[in-house]
Design a protein around this ligand. Structure first.
Ligand code: SF4
Ligand code: SF4
Length: 335
């Protein structure tokens, strides 16, 4: 635990947390929606600082990032808590953790960077839960990682405040943001959040120079309707860019938090999402199974072949700049 940044006192004696778009206002002894930031005697504290609950070297494709350092592994860690309460969450044991956070072992930021270096990973990822709610920890790790020559990655729900985004931006190389739906009702019902802040952050990130990829989980009956996916892919192509990679991923009820009665995503929905994304004009659509390869939008040749969404490439046909080896068209790939 450490004193939190990203907060200020309000005229009515509360502490407002300025880290995410919930902007919780906390009386003494109260925690925010994420349950990992608490007003203790008039000061805001980050309870999950240093609580790295998971660490492993993952293929960067598993984040998923298919256009950032393809074929590399990334040292991945998370800290407990989340500012969303997604009923579909697959990491709910740590994102919705209720045990006493002060009991968790402390992992210093430089230990995480040392672990990444010793494992031979060229990057470090803040993932598994929501990096925003352990931002003080993540920022220290990112600064040390950069100094050690590592790239930095976030996997995020995109609900950080403008202040948080401005603060992490200079230290962040790549981000995958969940765009779960275009419907505010979906965000309210399943995540206890709103959609507009996510769209606003996506616009900001796309202008920032940070490498951006987007993921949408296709939950049958909730986030797989053709009309909604047309709006979603139209937003990506129209407002963010045709070359932003879009990952449309299947839902598995057995590992979800509260949606065991919802069926798994059928193959027909995955194919339909791919077709909708193509019609919207997106160049790079990744839908498992069946659409894991990177195809050059100019010459149509397969430039990266992947046998599964989470494994490294089988073959890569890129020139030294990450462009298509056949026709040298830029593919928005950062090597
Ligand atoms: S990070 Fe978000 S949810 Fe957590 S206390 Fe701050 S404003 Fe609230
Ligand atoms: S799915 Fe992501 S955003 Fe939602 S609760 Fe889980 S970790 Fe948080």
């Amino acid at each position: 635990m450490r004193a939190a940044d990203f907060c200020h006192e309000t005229p009515d004696g509360k502490i407002q947390c300025d880290l995410c778009r919930h902007f919780c206002r906390l009386l003494p002894a109260r925690s925010g929606i994420c349950r990992v930031r608490r007003n203790i005697d008039g000061r805001l504290f980050s309870l999950n600082y240093g609580a790295a609950v998971s660490q492993s070297a993952d293929p960067v494709e598993k984040k998923p990032l298919h256009h950032f350092m393809p074929g590399s592994r990334t040292w991945s860690f998370g800290a407990p808590g989340c500012n969303f309460t997604c009923a579909n969450c697959q990491n709910w044991q740590i994102s919705q953790m209720t045990s006493d956070l002060t009991d968790l072992p402390f992992t210093a930021p430089d230990t995480l960077v040392d672990n990444a270096l010793h494992s031979g990973c060229p990057s470090i990822s803040c993932t598994y839960t929501e990096p925003t709610i352990f931002a003080e920890y993540a920022i220290e790790v990112m600064k040390l990682a950069r100094a050690a020559g590592l790239k930095t990655i976030w996997v995020s729900n995109g609900y950080m405040s403008p202040l948080c985004l401005d603060t992490i931006g200079p230290w962040l190389d790549a981000i995958n943001v969940d765009l779960k739906s275009m419907d505010d009702a979906f965000y309210r019902r399943l995540c206890c959040a709103r959609v507009e802040p996510v769209l606003d952050n996506l616009r900001r990130i796309s202008r920032s120079g940070i490498h951006l990829e987007i993921t949408t989980l296709l939950i049958p009956g909730h986030s797989d309707s053709p009309a909604m996916l047309e709006r979603l892919t139209g937003f990506i192509a129209g407002e963010l860019g045709h070359s932003i990679p879009w990952h449309a991923t299947p839902f598995y009820p057995n590992i979800s938090w509260k949606m065991q009665d919802t069926p798994a995503t059928p193959a027909s929905s995955i194919e339909r999402a791919w077709t909708i994304g193509r019609k919207a004009g997106l160049y790079y659509i990744y839908c498992r199974p069946g659409h894991n390869d990177t195809i050059c939008p100019h010459c149509g040749k397969t430039v990266i072949e992947r046998t599964s969404w989470s494994s490294g490439p089988e073959t890569m046909r890129l020139d030294v700049n990450g462009n298509c080896e056949y026709c040298h068209t830029p593919l928005s790939i950062k090597l």
